[in-house]
Write a protein of this length. Structure first.
Length: 475
């Protein structure tokens, strides 16, 4: 890290304390420029600039630094800045950061966080550590967090926060606005999208948009202003289905209720954006036989352990393919030209299977495909695979004939490729549907798994066809 012997324009700007000018300057910087600038600043000025950074920019900067330098950054942050920073980091980075933060500081840090984020942080600690920290917090802050910890992290209950505005249905518009003002004075970080309306037993009656509230007659009661359409979910619902609600109905927030329809909390759109990104990343990585943790762990052994199961799947498939070729060694030894087309048969079948599998997984993820319409979709994929097989198989048939001067060899390799590609399209579609049917993530059925199966079936089709036509190939 370097320090400047003469003050730069930024040093002077930071010393001036002109907040608007500093923020305007920082907004003009690209991410890489900002990180480079932070690394070059002197410690006093770097501490100053942290207070002007968005927490996500600070998180980017921290993750670019070697872990040995993290403590130096943490020393320059107050409890509020630390709470914002923790809210922006991924789970493995949170775990490493928590090891550097004194546990006696955590109650104050968690008090500055929204309840759902605080619950996520405590979820990274052992149950004993989490309970010890909760005991140090005021009951009005610890009780909501403790309730959220009861729900799975990837459920609606795990996503929801308890900070919201809920008012009785008998309230007038003017009373509601006054209640909002009072709540905002106590919690200036409270995001207000909609007002939830409840009855005397705290059961959800509906909700009112902020626009409707502002434009309404101040003397009107809330019961007559409820939105015609309102949606809610139970806390046990999977986070992917929660994201579907937001996408389908263009929601900003979504209430969570128990089986008695009592209002428990709300899920906000910023949390759902994270869910959509997380689910998409998970599906993409699973298609490649990888794991989302592989993106963030820098431990070599950990990355190896995450990837090795899929590679052993490929290894097993490769050995089985080799065994099949050994079984058909008589055919291969007599007709050596067959060997030249083995990579084509396996490669093309694997590619078609991966394409069909990826499209099917995505179709299930966005609800374009379900088990009720899967038969029609499978028939369509089979026809696509067959047409691709005709085009590629016909081309290979001509190449085989021109290359080796044997028309029957062209027929064997061309027809084998046609059958392999058609079957690959079918298996690439069937496996995700099967996994969906047995309630397992269909992305697990893709990538290396489907490719390995199609390699084996492709070789089996090719060598069986060659054996059937063996006597004609020898002439």
């Amino acid at each position: 890290m370097t320090t400047h012997s003469e003050p730069s324009d930024l040093d002077i700007l930071l010393d001036s304390g002109h907040e608007d000018e500093i923020r305007s300057f920082l907004r003009l910087l690209q991410r890489d420029e900002l990180i480079e600038l932070l690394q070059e600043l002197s410690t006093p000025h770097r501490a100053k600039i942290f207070s002007y950074l968005h927490p996500s920019d600070l998180a980017d900067f921290l993750t670019q630094l070697p872990e040995v330098e993290w403590n130096a950054v943490l020393e320059e942050l107050d409890h509020e800045a630390l709470s914002d920073l923790l809210s922006e980091l991924e789970d493995p980075e949170i775990q490493r950061l928590l090891q550097m933060i004194q546990h006696q500081e955590l109650p104050a840090i968690l008090s500055d966080m929204e309840s759902d984020d605080a619950a996520d942080i405590l979820g990274e600690l052992s149950e004993q550590q989490a309970l010890a920290i909760l005991k140090q917090m005021p009951d009005e802050e610890s009780d909501p967090i403790e309730k959220l910890l009861q729900y799975p992290e990837d459920s609606a209950g795990g996503l929801m926060q308890t900070e919201l505005i809920a008012v009785p249905t008998t309230y007038s518009v003017s009373e509601t606005i006054e209640a909002i003002r009072m709540l905002a004075e106590k919690d200036d970080d409270l995001d207000i999208y909609e007002i939830f309306v409840i009855d005397e037993r705290h059961r959800l009656e509906g909700q009112i948009s902020l626009k409707t509230l502002i434009l309404a007659d101040p003397t009107s009661t809330l019961g007559g202003l409820l939105d015609a359409e309102h949606y809610w979910v139970h806390p046990e619902l999977d986070q992917e289905e929660v994201a579907d609600y937001f996408q389908k109905y263009d929601l900003i927030s979504l209430p969570v209720v128990d089986k008695g329809h009592h209002l428990l909390g709300r899920i906000t759109v910023d949390d759902v954006v994270n869910v959509i990104e997380e689910e998409a990343s998970e599906d993409i990585l699973q298609l490649a036989g990888a794991n989302k943790q592989d993106l963030v762990y820098d431990k070599i052994l950990r990355s190896v352990m995450l990837r090795i199961p899929w590679l052993f799947t490929n290894l097993g498939g490769g050995l089985l393919t080799g065994y099949l070729m050994w079984l058909y060694k008589a055919t291969l030894s007599e007709i050596l030209a067959l060997i030249t087309f083995v990579p084509v048969i396996t490669g093309m079948g694997g590619n078609v299977g991966t394409q069909s599998s990826s499209i099917t997984v995505r179709g299930f993820a966005i609800n374009r495909i379900d088990l009720s319409n899967f038969g029609r979709y499978l028939f369509k994929e089979m026809r696509v695979g067959a047409l691709l097989g005709v085009l590629c198989g016909g081309s290979l048939m001509l190449i085989g004939y021109l290359w080796h001067g044997n028309p029957m060899l062209g027929v064997v390799v061309g027809s084998s490729l046609f059958m392999a590609m058609t079957l690959a399209a079918i298996t690439g579609s069937l496996f995700p549907a099967f996994f969906t049917r047995i309630k397992i993530d269909p992305a697990l059925a893709s990538g290396p798994f489907v490719t390995t199966i199609n390699d084996v079936t492709g070789i089996l089709i090719y060598l069986t066809t060659a054996t059937i036509f063996r006597q004609w190939l020898l002439h």
